[in-house]
Design a protein around this ligand. Structure first.
Ligand SMILES: *Cc1c(COP(=O)(O)O)cnc(C)c1O
Length: 370
């Protein structure tokens, strides 16, 4: 049945100008297209954890599956208690999300609307413009320096209509980062009525030693919201679980619009198990550091520039990246083209296992133009 009504025209103004988020190509899709076995495909496109889920998480999920007919604990009581103990804060400082994207969306819905604006950086995570646009708020995108946030210019861009600033540290897709002192200087410059959203999706992978100790800044800056996720270093991308750390006052506002059961029961139990599995986290970080060296060495050997990364992915500079991406796909290797980020000469590759990285390097060597 087709309709002559233009439902897009009838949608909210902000939604009309929205382009959907482009996720990495799923393994199954490429396997179907190439008529390959999914096992033969290497996916390094979505910054997922190459270790596979922690066995402790799998055990927790099996136990939780016995209770699938019950609604989850909508307050996330035990998980928030565990987070509070981990960070020496109170459960009231936490808001749980169906992935941290859920939290970014909740923040937009609480504090952005037509007549207000959000400040974020060029090349910053795509969800910030989407959230801003969906609310009908104005965009203030600030030009990047060396692919990273120009915090001084971002502080200057804040005006009377700014209600939210989005910062990603490290940033996805560029892997750039800023230091503790740079963050403090920024917070000092921004009025306390402006919410500063510090998206730390990759914080566990950071190796620089002046990485912000953001939790220590919460008491002094009650307008700070730290967003974290269990999708990356904790390996739970498929379960959707993230959390925000903020003043109780901010958490209370978020809680007003949060769906009562936004985090499912398996994710709640898996999250508890994942937070306790320190070995898994250590192995993840060690694997990432080795893989980063492996990829950087290969890029150097191939004479390719890359943006130094503090995350679990690297942006490599390749002329005609779209064509090279197509070549990689035909070899069963999925990475992320960045034309949507206005970076047509880069590919973002997630750091995988040693074998996955080697497969990618081999395929890249074959498809690079001479
Ligand atoms: C992956 C990512 C997230 C979070 O993703 P969820 O899966 O929704 O938890 C948030 N911010 C950035 C910058 C990311 O790259």
């Amino acid at each position: 049945m087709t309709s002559t009504t233009n439902f897009l025209e009838l949608a909210n103004k902000g939604i009309q100008g929205l382009q959907p988020y482009e996720p990495g190509k799923p393994i199954e899709t490429l396997a179907r297209e190439l008529n390959l076995n999914p096992d033969e495909i290497v996916k390094l496109a979505s910054n997922e954890n190459p270790l596979g889920a922690s066995p402790k998480v799998l055990t927790a999920i099996q136990a939780a599956a016995q209770e699938l007919t019950r609604y989850p604990d909508g307050s996330g009581h035990r998980l928030k208690a565990a987070l509070a103990a981990k960070y020496q804060l109170q459960p009231e400082n936490f808001t749980l999300g169906n992935g941290s994207n859920d939290l970014l969306d909740l923040i937009g819905r609480c504090w952005l609307e037509a007549g207000r604006n959000a400040v974020y950086s060029q090349y910053a995570f795509a969800v910030y413009p989407i959230t801003t646009q969906a609310q009908g708020a104005e965009h203030k995108q600030v030009a990047a320096v060396n692919w990273g946030h120009n915090l001084a210019a971002m502080a200057e861009a804040v005006d009377a209509a700014t209600s939210v600033v989005f910062l990603a540290n490290p940033n996805n897709p560029t892997g750039t980062s800023f230091s503790h002192n740079e963050l403090v200087t920024f917070l000092q410059q921004v009025p306390s009525r402006v919410l500063v959203v510090l998206d730390e999706a990759y914080t566990e992978f950071v190796t620089r030693d002046d990485h912000p100790k953001a939790l220590e800044l919460l008491a002094e800056y009650p307008n700070l919201i730290i967003c974290r996720t269990l999708a990356k270093a904790y390996g739970l991308a498929g379960l959707r679980l993230g959390y925000a750390i903020s003043s109780p006052e901010i958490a209370e506002v978020l809680n007003r619009i949060r769906q009562p059961f936004n985090v499912n029961s398996l994710a709640l139990e898996a999250g508890l198990a994942a937070l306790e599995d320190r070995d898994y986290l250590e192995q993840t970080v060690a694997l990432n550091n080795r893989g980063k060296q492996q990829l950087e060495a290969a890029f150097n050997q191939l004479g390719l520039n890359f943006i130094p990364s503090q995350g679990n992915f690297i942006c490599v500079e390749i002329e005609n990246a779209a064509q090279v991406n197509t070549g990689l796909l035909t070899k069963g290797v999925i990475v992320r083209p960045l034309a949507g980020y206005q970076m047509p000469n880069h590919l973002r590759v997630s750091i995988g296992t040693e074998a996955e990285n080697a497969r990618f390097i081999e395929a890249l060597t074959q498809v690079l133009p001479d």
